[in-house]
Each structure stands twice: as C-alpha cells, then as structure tokens.
Design a protein. Sequence first.
Length: 710
Amino acid sequence: MGDIQSFYTLNSEQSSLVIDCRNNAAAILYWGPRLSESTNAGMLAALATRQRAPARAEIEAPVSLSPELGAGFTGSAGIRVHRDGRQWGVYSRIEAVTREPDNRLRIASVCDATRIGIVHWLGLDEASNVLTASTEISNGGDSMLAVDFCGAPTVPVAPHFDRILGFAGRWSGEFRLQNVERFTGCYLRENRAGRTSHDTFPGVVLHTQHTSESGGAAFALHLGWSGNHSLRVDELSDGRSYAQLGEWFYPGELCLEPGESYRSPTLYGAHSDEGFSGLSQRLHRYVRQNLTASRMRGRTKLVHFNTWEAVYFDLSLETLCRLADAAADVGAERFVLDDGWFRNRRSDESGLGDWYVDETVFPDGLQPLVEHVNGRSMDFGLWVEPEMVNADSDLFRSHPEWVLDAAPAPLLAARHQFVLDLTRAEVRDHLFECLDALLRAFPIRYLKWDMNRDISQPGGRDGRPVTHLQTLAFYELLQRVREAHPEVEIESCSSGGGRADFGVLAHVDRIWTSDNNDALDRLRIQKGFSFFFPAEFMGAHVGPATCHVSGRHIGMAMRAGVAMFGDMGVEADLLAMSQAEKDELTAAVALHKKHRELIFDGDLFRLDSEDHEIGFGIVSRDRRQALFTYALLDTPPHSAPGRYRFRGLLPDELYAVTIAWPQETRSYSTSILDVIAGAPVSGDALMEAGMQLPILPPQSILILHLQRAD
C-alpha cells in the first residue's frame, strides 16, 4: 500500500468523516458530529473492534465503501459485475488516496479478479456539513463487462439508529412519511418508473426512537438521480447495519467496453443532533449554496398565475387576456400558459409532439397574448412536454421509430402518449430546435417542463433497455436549452412531484410538488417535500374553492395561507371568483411578497404535532424575525387546544407577536388573539412556555409574525 495512511479524516464546521484504509477496501469508520482535537482515528478503530463470533468466518468481510463478494460479504455487494458469468468476485486493493480541492478524498482501488478500477469520491462541505459521495468503476479488461449494480458508497448505520423514515406516495399524494422500526432483514425500495417517481422517493432518514423535530439524532441520505434507483437499509444477522443507494438497472442495461467507465449518481448525506428540522436545515443550506446559487443570484421568485385549472383546454385569446388582467390585479408577476396552445391539442389525446402554435386558436400566433401579458407587467411562461408524443400527432406519423418500446410486446400508451427515445441524437436535436425556435420567437421567460407518464417499456433502437442513457440525455437536453437561453427559468413538473431530486435540481429553478392543490393534502405533501428541499423550489398554488382532485371545498384563507410558504402561484378561474375572494387573495399575495425574502432564505423549523394539526416556522438567519404557522386540519380531540411552542428564537431577546394571517379572526369568547396584540415576549417564554392556541374550526390556519423588539 506504499505511502497510504491507515486513516483519513475530513472535517467541516460541525462534522467529521473518518475513512479506514487499513484493509484492502476502504470503509467509513466514523461520520457524525465533529470530533474534538483529543480524539484520534486509532481510538475509534480500537473502540470498533469486533470479536469473532461462533460459526462465522475467521475474517469478517467489512462493510466497506463497496462491500465485496470476493471478500465473503453476505449482504448486498456494492459492486456487482461479471464477464459472461465469470470474473464476478470483486476483491480490491487500495492503490492511492489523494486529497482533492473542496475538502474531498479520492480513493483509487483495483480488482485483479474482475479487472476493474474503482474510484470512490467523498467530500464534506465546509459550511453545510453535507456529505457527497460517488463510486466510479472502469473496465480494465479486454472484454465487455456487464454491470448489474454499482452503488454510491455504502454508509454504515450505528445500532442506536433503530427507526427508518421513508417517503412513499402516489400521484396527487407525494412525499408521504412512512416510519418503520428497523429490523433484521432488508428495508428495500426500488423504482422502475424511469423518472424519480411519485411512490418511491430516493431518500431515507435514519433516526433513534427518541428523535423528534426539535431534538435527537438523525441522518438523511438522498440519491441525486432522476431515473430508476434502489434504496436499501440492511440489518445483518451479525448485528451490523448499512444503507446503500444506487441506480437500478434492467438486465443487460449497462455494459462497459474495454476502457469505458461508469460513475454512480451522487449520494448526499446530512446528520444532526438537533432533530429532523436540524437535518433539513443542513440540506437546505447545501442546496442553496451549491446546487442553485449561481442561477438564483439576483433573481426574485415571481408569483405565478397558471391557466390549467382555470380553463384546461378551452383556450381563446379573449379569455386568456381577461385572465391575465385578473391575475395582474391580484398581484401575479408571471402568467403561465399551460397545456393546449399547440396544434390539434383540444384534449390530451392528440397533438403532443407538434410544438407549433395552433393557428385555429391563435391566428396571429402567441404574440398578441404575450404583449398583453407583458403590458400588465408580468413575465410570460409556457407549458411544454418535450419527452412525450401522442399517436395522433404529425411527429409520430412521421417518426414512429422514435419511441421507446419493448418489442415484440405491444406498445403501451399512458395518458394517450408514448415516450420519445432521447438517446437518439436526431430526437434531441429535433426537440432542441423546436424549443429554441419558440424561445427565440417570443419573449418567454419561463418553461413549465412536464413529463406525464412513467417509462414502462424502455427499449432503445437495438432492443436494449436505455433508462440510464435516457436520464442522461434528458439532463443534456435541459442543459442545452439553459445554455442557449440562460434568462429562461425552468420548472420540473412530472404529473406533479414525479421528478423531484437533487439531480434535476442542478438544472431547474422550481419543482412542481403535486398536481393536488387541496390545501389540507398539500400541508402533508409539502411537509414531506421540506425534509430535503427549501421552500423557494416548492411550487405551491392557490387552487379552486372546490379542489379538482379531492372534491373538498376549502376557504380562501386556508388555501392562500398554505400556498404562501412555497414558490407561490394561483391556479384557479379568477373570472368566476367573487370580489371578496379576489380581495382576500390579493392580500395573501401581498403578504407573501412582503415576506418572501424571509421565506426563501430563513431556517425551517417544523414543529412536533398531532395528526389533526401541522405547525412550522421560518426564522431569519439572524433570528430577528420569523413567520410561524398553525394549521388545524380536522376536529381536535379536546374542547380547547394546547400550547404552541416556538423554536429557533433567541432566548434573551424580546419579540413582538402579531397576527399576519388571516385578515379577520373571529371567536365567540376572548382568546389569545385578543391578548397578544404585538406585546413584547421573550424568546425564552415563547419557546419554553409556549402560547395558548385559540379555539379554531377545522380547516383553519393562523400565521404569526415575530419581530425582535430593539
């Protein structure tokens, strides 16, 4: 091993990562709170000494960065390769370890048995304390190498992290929390949707039974990848546990020719001893500083109006101009024309793929509408779904061979559409030319980029599955559009939150969280989303009074109050609203604008709450002001509610507490809302004693503004 050290340590402001390189394969010895100067890696290694158990191998296979079959590992191997069924037993040795810029390690290994090179990349971000890790393998042999799996570096799980918080869901019900007790065996979630998916988000939180939003230990792992993935948390019979995330491949999907290489998607990790909210704050800080800072710098997130749930496919220039006027009147700053604007698109059964303005709807093109929107001081945005095609379209009639399939199985449609094969250069070129022509023809400042179906038959032109290459081609097309039109903002929409991950977030400016605008459902969806994503990337709209998905009728105060804490928009028929509703909506939009700098830059503190309620706050980084929300979803169990305990404030400072929303509060008897009236209260009292909540009817929301009293 030459000059290779036994241990390597990376430190950030509050974290330490220690890598053990004493054996053939490197492993994480420690990852957690920053270690003191008096602690050295040798101590940690000594404390981790395991006794050989009866009826076990004399040399225990380590939980290395990529656990190895050749070493006798009986769990899930980190790298699974073979050459026509042979040379499968990975058993590597470290060749070099180098310290790279930006507080990163590069660990290079080689496996003589399989003739592959392995490079593990590990980094620890100085400011956010977030871990980044990936695995790269290269084919050093003279024949084709089949790759069944190459996960990001494996992370050991300490015994006291005995709970698994996963993220399940479905269309219109994304990011649902799923908490289970860790068990001997495998917690496994695999995604084969060809996109990040609605039902299997590539993230997991490991925590103790005592961890809450406000305290306790936890760590989160997330695979930044917009395609198929595998996520597992294994507890072996010998008591060791580990988490392993990586891309999921179809049989034969990834084969490397001699000299070719593959690098896994990046694994992002964060730990915290300050509960789930502390965990989210670290991830949010990393996203803001590393994934999106250059694009967001100097930009204000504009309030949207989206036409979809207002008119659907029933488009006319007159109606859209009237909607634009109404949107401007309530304070919208961007007008987004959703589906239905292109040729032969009177329903979702036809036209998809023909990205040319429909002359029967817009005889003079989009220019009159764009000019009207711009004349009301709003940006103009447009909906597109470039990756898909309808059978009833000129594009499909011209190029039926451009779609993915699983021949000879019949071609399966979903939402009356097929998936274009982006791995073909001619397809990518055609789509770019269509988008480029639109963006050059009109002053479009926003693209809502949709993807409304799974990729269920991902066969390319040679019959091989191409989901991996399709995802990379999608990224390439996105980047090509961005580079040609850097002023255009792009939203990742996938029939709601079906493509939400750090991989796509490196290319887009907003994520459409869900097609469900029901405010009560949205509170739960947005709570799950907030574990990994900051508020400024969470598309949140004020929908119709009667939700088009759930059928539930919800008042404007609740709908607007929920949408206010994301990238706010309106998606309802303003022409059918009463003047009272529009006045209330106008006030909500103004309140959001007043505080959006705080919402999009502050620290999120979710509060521990019962099933019938949700509470959270956003506190400015200097702790001078905050917005805290209490939402009552259902009838409470008691005649009077409990106390609301704030978090994240400075204990010794005084805060003036005022009601920011709703505009009017009613109660049949004197309540806390009649008492607080801006009176200064210490942060200590607000956090430790808490504020008595008022009696509210179900479907109520209360937003409080706190300002430090100087």
